[in-house]
Write a protein that binds this ligand. Sequence first.
Ligand code: IPM
Ligand code: MG
Length: 358
Amino acid sequence: MKAQIAVIPGDGIGPEVVEQALLALDKVGERFGHEFTYKTALAGGCAIDAAGTPLPQETLEICKASDAVLLGAIGGWKWDSLPGDQRPERGLLGLRAGLALFANLRPAVLFEELADACPLRPELVAGGLDLVVVRELTGGIYFGERGRKDTPTGRAAFDVELYSEGEVRRIAEVAFSLAMKRRKRLTSVDKANVLESSRLWREVVTDVAKGYPEVALSHLYVDNAAMQLVSSPKQFDVIVTNNMFGDILSDEASIITGSIGMLPSASLAQGNFGLYEPVHGSAPDIAGQDKANPMAAILSIAMMLRYTFGLGSEADAVEAAVQSVLRKGFRTGDIHRGEASLTLVGTREAGQLIAGEI
Ligand code: IPM
Ligand code: MG
């Protein structure tokens, strides 16, 4: 197979973890006989510096002309004081909207080797944790009408949460199909006791469920879901929710694995196109120091192989390589707590070890 990948290293530790992810992808190419070519593009803070905008038109063009996108991380202190519409994060939102990446898959997996990193009591996660948050990514309050007004009592501001039936239906379809490939349990999270948009969400999800009789669907209010995630996380298989709730719950889900440096994500459009990125941010405090954990970026490559290219064995090989390096006791700083039995490694060494295993 031949494929072109748009590579957006971004800011902070983005470039260094992306470098290791591409090393892994090159190894996959070598071992399985595929040819991956890369086109680098700018987005985020570095694009503001170089081109005066967080998402240059050229970047969107490069992404559209590619089969998939790999993104490192975006943002940093340097750009934190810019006004809302000029911040690096606009670049990310622009990519999501511009590439129609409506389905965001954020797996939260507690690796057996890292069970000690979980902040919950061991009995709550005994036997491991393996859930995925399916977050609607191009609608809702993130993209609704917003504005400011002057009122007699002072300034006011608003952001509108609006979902169309079609938007809910297509994300529900993604979540149900994913549940079918997993443990066939789907939890839809909303706030239907208060919000009209959530009542429509629930109606549509319930309707889509008719096409998936094997999937056990349940509904939770978001406040309850936040609580259940830490009190009985093992009940969850697939969680589907809107843009805003998904933002919040996916952070909560990721931290109960104890290792945000390990978690990949996929943002999918209709068809096979997708953008893949580690869940962690740009971590400017450790950027350029060879300290970042490249595993989330490398595992994002596994998701790309699986979801965009349909290369399941190749994806398995990448995941197995990461697991094997962990099993041999190698850890980057974020998952090393001074254990004498474990070997502390830097970004590059971790990447090379994983490439070697592939
Ligand atoms: C995320 C991030 C983004 C979001 C920010 C950086 C705009 O928190 O991907 O979860 O809110 O979607
Ligand atoms: Mg977030």
